[in-house]
Write a protein that binds this ligand. Structure first.
Ligand SMILES: Cc1cc2nc3c(=O)[nH]c(=O)nc-3n(C[C@H](O)[C@H](O)[C@H](O)COP(=O)(O)OP(=O)(O)OC[C@H]3O[C@@H](n4cnc5c(N)ncnc54)[C@H](O)[C@@H]3O)c2cc1C
Length: 393
């Protein structure tokens, strides 16, 4: 995919913003475990919070490849800030557009587009991670309302968000995909409480919280789609969610690569710059190759998701879920490998908190886990490969 002039312009704006408004503050945000309100105000002002909201509702309505390019550039500045933007712009607008009523769209999209309302996505629970069909948060119909009780884990943006797309069980069974429903939950609803602000290995500034729902009463209109649509909605949301994480991982990897490239040119040992040594060059080449492979895979998955064009006679899996999974696995593995090698190129300095590569390595690790752990996404790809093979023979 060759980017258009418009896409390049938007990416350049994001990179300029990341260089000027994000990078100078990242170390402080990481240490304080906090993203400032002023960051969100600037992101809103430049349109980054309205990127994926429909134009009819005040957003920019950019396509998925543009979203991925911008996410990579923002993550090159700071992965925690990028994650907040990715969740707001990725899963929530996609399913609100696909399943929302005209009233729900008119209610939420304009405020999300202006950045007044930030979105969060809440699927995970203490006992339901890779297997969301095990979730136990309950939503009971009472009169014309829904009443929700339960506990949700690790909700990124969960405290700052104005809207939480939250999944709860409405069916009679205690487990299974069928009885899950999706709700649009205003963050200030009575009974919805933040119980923990998590301390994480990386992405320290990212606001990841656990939530308790104790008799949270919602009107009927808070239900997205029909009762029982929740599992399908969650899986659809994750298609774009995984592309957002792939792009975030690329930004982390790209930053680590650039730091390693610069440092290996400046640092001398044995009377020569490090980048004159074959062993270091091999690492730099490996970084560039992995990043480029993963970027092409990510942009291809993003393009095909928009075009709904999947089959390409390669005899490799090309369903939307397989392509977004491949992109996320490839990009997060590349980011982790690149960040690890960048620390190695920096030597002892790389291991010190004074240099950025140790933070990038901590940040990269998260991308292998969230929005579907890589082992589970590989199961998805393999299942499609087997299905495709069996269909051919
Ligand atoms: C920083 C951070 C932010 C997050 N933000 C959000 C958010 O905003 N919203 C949200 O809903 N969730 C969020 N999550 C949760 C995240 O999506 C889950 O952590 C992830 O889905 C994995 O679930 P788990 O942690 O319970 O791991 P588990 O499901 O317990 O898996 C543990 C390990 O076992 C492996 N495993 C599990 N099942 C299989 C299998 N069948 N075959 C082989 N291996 C398997 C996994 O790959 C993993 O390595 C976040 C997590 C983190 C770390």
């Amino acid at each position: 995919m060759i980017p258009t002039a418009e896409q390049l312009e938007f990416r350049a704006l994001a990179r300029e913003f990341a260089a000027g408004e994000i990078r100078p503050h990242v170390e402080a945000w990481d240490a304080e475990r906090h993203l400032p309100d002023t960051l969100f105000a600037s992101l809103a002002e430049l349109g980054f919070l309205g990127m994926r909201m429909p134009e009819a509702h005040g957003g920019l309505g950019v396509d998925t490849p543009t979203f991925a390019m911008v996410m990579e550039a923002l993550a090159w500045g700071d992965a925690a800030a990028a994650l907040a933007v990715a969740i707001h712009n990725g899963p929530i607008p996609r399913v609100l557009e696909g399943w929302g009523s005209e009233e729900q769209k008119a209610h939420w999209f304009p405020d999300m587009a202006s950045g007044q309302v930030l979105g969060a996505f809440s699927l995970t629970e203490p006992g339901a991670g890779s297997d969301p069909a095990a979730l136990t948060t309950r939503a009971r119909a009472r009169g014309g309302s829904w009443v929700l009780d339960g506990r949700k884990s690790w909700v990124t943006n969960g405290d700052r968000a104005g809207l939480i797309l939250l999944f709860a069980r409405t069916g009679a069974d205690d487990s299974g995909r069928e009885g899950i429903s999706a709700f649009l939950v205003p963050r200030d609803t009575a009974g919805l409480r933040v119980v923990d602000r998590e301390r994480t290995l990386g992405l320290s500034a990212s606001e990841t919280v656990s939530l308790e729902l104790d008799g949270v009463e919602l009107p009927e209109e808070a239900l997205l789609g029909s009762p029982g649509d929740g599992y399908e909605i969650a899986m659809d949301a994750l298609l774009v969610g995984r592309i957002g994480v792939a792009a975030q991982a690329l930004g982390i990897g790209q930053a680590a690569f650039e730091h390693a490239l610069r440092y290996s040119g400046e640092r001398e040992q044995f009377g020569r710059s490090l980048h004159r040594f074959g062993a270091v060059r091999e690492k730099l080449a490996g970084m560039a190759i992995r990043l480029r492979q993963a970027r092409l895979l990510t942009l291809d998955a993003a393009t095909r998701l928009d075009q709904g064009e999947m089959g390409d006679q390669t005899h490799l899996p090309t369903s939307p879920r397989a392509l977004s999974s491949m992109a996320k696995v490839a990009a997060s593995e590349a980011a982790m490998w690149v960040a690890d090698e960048a620390v190695q190129i920096f030597g002892g300095y790389g291991y010190m908190r004074d240099y950025p590569v140790e933070r990038l390595m901590r940040d990269a690790k998260g991308t292998q886990i969230y929005e579907g752990a890589n082992e589970v996404l590989q199961m998805v790809v393999a299942a499609d490969a087997v299905q495709e093979f069996e269909g051919r023979v």
